[in-house]
Write a protein that binds this ligand. Structure first.
Ligand code: ZN
Length: 133
């Protein structure tokens, strides 16, 4: 089942500068910074109430984040939903006609297994499914 919005992902050019900005904005520093080498990104996570914000900076020009910023500039990159059974959700969504970027879950940041849906099928919004490991 799809649950709450787990986090919002924001693409940034300079994660150190953005960490300082969001620390000022939210009144607390990130609780975690983590590189995801398979995605060529570094991430940081902020808690705000029960919600989380993920900042993502590309570490390589081939990274999806670098391409996103090139096309659209910095800003909201994806919405991540909490799921209790990621394989079951991928199967369900494919049966509903959604196109998956990842048909097999992969390891993401923040101790999650993740899979993205293709934004072409979701009104241009990149959607991430994530399940706590
Ligand atoms: Zn995310």
């Amino acid at each position: 089942m799809i649950g709450k919005i787990e986090h919002l992902g924001i693409a940034v050019k300079d994660i150190e500068a953005s960490n300082a900005l969001f620390t000022k904005l939210l009144g607390r520093p990130p609780y975690k910074e983590e590189a995801v080498e398979s995605e060529n990104v570094i991430t940081s996570f902020f808690q705000s109430g029960t919600n989380k914000i993920e900042l993502l900076q590309a570490t390589h020009p081939d990274s999806a984040i670098a391409k996103f910023i090139e096309k659209k500039g910095e800003g909201i990159h994806h919405i991540a939903f909490d799921v209790d059974d990621i394989e079951a959700e991928i199967t369900r969504l494919k049966a509903e006609g959604f196109q998956m970027i990842h048909e097999v879950p992969k390891d993401g940041a923040d101790n999650k297994r993740i899979a993205f849906l293709h934004p072409k099928g979701t009104n241009g919004v990149l959607i991430e499914l994530c399940q706590e490991k």
